[in-house]
Design a protein around this ligand. Structure first.
Ligand SMILES: Cc1ncc(COP(=O)(O)O)c(C=O)c1O
Length: 386
């Protein structure tokens, strides 16, 4: 009988259960050690936690590769570190990077403030039209970068036509899949070459770690590892241990985020106080059909809301809410709410934000693991106090 491949939840918990030896701890030990002994006279690479070869670091890299269906994966010190190193692994001075204009503000700053100094030219396109990607390519374009679902308006990009274009032109396609997690989307299955994550978010899931990850071929991940070592981007072993613990519940956590996301989006959509509800699971969302096709786990736990009355109404609503914590970031057990104009997109001008569909007063919710009925009741009492 042909052996069925293991499901994502099983892989997230066990990695490869066949590899488990007798008489070993079921919960992995923490190797909180910067260095390890090595045999006298050996020329093999020494074990040193900055090299990313501490067992805690190695375990989570293997685990994520299994979840994304990749040859290899490597965790680094932050999502920003992952974004920087993934690009440095494939770009050289004189190259051009074509990026989606709808990306996390920190990555936008990396591209606009730092890449020029390295001789890497970056330009931005609206990511929803394959034609605009093709038109914006230059002779020296070497890589394409995009984020999906996008932060914070939750546009879902159809990766396959862009991947086909990248293959034809010989370009590396890099996708930031932080918002989806491998439960909802595995970009390599849709033709991407490299996936990055802010593991600070869903992969860890408990709002207590800053980390990033790069996923791809052995060759790309080896180059990222080399850069990580010399640029000092390794992840601390305890952070790696916490991520391994977080990964064990990734599938159930994201299933709950998906269910709560849909429930809250549908409820908000029925309230007159909201002028826009940004959630790809709603039929009127511009990418609902793409989302149904590519987000095979669910539509996620991120929700964008616009209130009648703009910034002032948004601030009154925020003050009246009791369960969501007013804080940046996402993907944890606690519901968080933030205003992109003051957080993730603060580096953009109001005009750039308006062009990206983020008017002032836009609220971004990361729905947590609380009882959905409690969140709905809290939203209702806050609306009643507007
Ligand atoms: C989509 C996305 N990519 C990358 C990052 C950067 O990750 P980190 O804060 O772990 O450096 C973030 C952080 O909010 C993000 O939302």
């Amino acid at each position: 009988m042909k052996r069925r491949s293991l499901g994502l939840a099983t892989r997230a918990i066990h990695g490869d259960p066949k590899a488990r030896a007798d008489w070993t701890a079921v919960a992995p030990p923490l190797f909180q050690s910067s260095t390890f002994t090595n045999p006298v006279g050996s020329s093999a690479e020494v074990l040193y936690s900055r090299y990313g070869n501490n067992p805690n670091q190695v375990n989570i890299g293997r685990r994520l590769a299994l979840l994304e269906g990749a040859e290899a994966a490597l965790f680094v010190a932050s999502g920003m570190g992952a974004a920087a190193l993934a690009h440095l692994a494939v770009l050289r001075p004189g190259d051009h990077l074509l990026s989606s204009e709808w990306i996390y503000g920190g990555v936008y700053r990396l591209f606009t403030q730092e890449f020029g100094r390295l001789g890497i030219d970056v330009s931005f396109v609206n990511p929803t039209q394959t034609r605009t990607w093709k038109q914006a390519m230059k002779k020296n374009t070497r890589a394409v970068f995009l984020e999906t679902p996008t932060n914070p308006v939750m546009r879902v990009i159809d990766l396959e036509p862009i991947a086909t274009l990248c293959k034809a032109e010989g370009l590396a396609m890099i996708v930031d899949s932080t918002f989806a997690s491998p439960v909802n989307l595995r970009p390599l299955e849709h033709g991407a070459d490299i996936v990055i994550h802010s593991a600070t978010k869903y992969l860890n899931g408990h709002t207590d770690v800053i980390a990033g990850a790069v996923v791809g071929t052995e060759q790309v991940v080896e180059e990222v590892r080399r850069l990580m070592q010399v640029w000092g981007q390794a992840l601390d072993p305890f952070a790696a241990w916490l991520i391994e613990r977080g990964l064990k519940t990734l599938a159930v956590r994201v299933a709950r985020h998906n269910a709560t996301g849909l429930a809250l989006a549908q409820w908000c959509d029925a309230q007159k106080a909201f002028t826009q509800v940004h959630y790809p699971g709603l039929p009127q969302h511009p990418d609902h059909d793409v989302a149904k096709r590519v987000l095979d786990g669910g539509f996620g736990g991120m929700l964008g809301l616009e209130l009648k009355g703009g910034v002032r109404a948004a601030e009154r609503f925020l003050r009246a809410l009791t369960i969501p914590a007013h804080a940046p970031s996402l993907g944890g057990a606690e519901t968080l709410v933030s205003e992109p104009r003051l957080t993730s997109h603060a580096a953009m001008t109001p005009a750039q934000r308006a062009q990206a569909g983020i008017p002032d007063g836009f609220l971004r919710f990361s729905l947590g693991l609380e009882d959905p009925d409690d969140l709905i009741a809290d939203f209702a009492q806050a609306l009643a106090r507007l």
